[in-house]
Ligand binder design. Structure first.
Ligand code: GDP
Ligand code: MG
Length: 143
């Protein structure tokens, strides 16, 4: 590390969405998180109700794909995790790849495993404010 730089640990909310669980990719995603050096500090397999899904995706409520997003994310069990480490938000977004899995680079989770934007395997918070908001939705008693 360059002298004078500080490595502040941060937390991000990661979801392995229902497509990732149904396709047996939980181990692959967790392996990538662990090999990167990030730490899983909370994890739960659960099926979301519509209200929780709408709260999580509130920023997209006016988008044309919102209803299908809520329907998909509630369609089966997902794995919710809180992942911690230096620049964890950016680090996990890098592992995930671009939102559109066809544009996502090979070597990323989405680039390696998906073709449809609506079924792109994982979610990762995009900023400290959204991470904090999302972690409170999924793990209200833990953080
Ligand atoms: P992310 O932060 O990379 O997950 O992407 P966004 O926050 O922009 O969007 C949230 C999720 O909505 C994405 O992961 C996609 O699954 C889905 N999504 C985003 N854009 C579209 C779209 O244009 N069409 C559809 N069907 N789904 C979309
Ligand atoms: Mg997002």
């Amino acid at each position: 590390m360059v002298e004078g730089e500080t490595t502040v640990s941060e937390r991000t909310l990661v979801l392995i969405k229902p497509d990732g669980v149904a396709r047996g990719l939980v181990g692959d995603v967790i392996g990538r998180i662990e090999r990167k050096g990030l730490t899983i500090v909370a994890m739960d397999l659960r099926t979301l109700d519509a209200d929780t899904a709408k709260a999580h995706y509130a920023e997209h409520s006016s988008k044309p794909f919102f209803d299908s997003l809520v329907e998909f994310i509630t369609s089966g069990p997902l794995v919710a995790m809180v992942v911690e480490g230096p620049r964890a938000i950016e680090a996990f977004r890098g592992l995930a790849g671009l939102t559109d899995p066809v544009k996502a680079a090979p070597g990323t989770i989405r680039g390696d495993h998906a073709l449809e934007i609506g079924e792109n395997i994982v979610h990762g918070s995009d900023a400290p404010e959204s991470a904090s908001r999302e972690i409170k939705i999924f793990f209200p008693d833990r953080f």
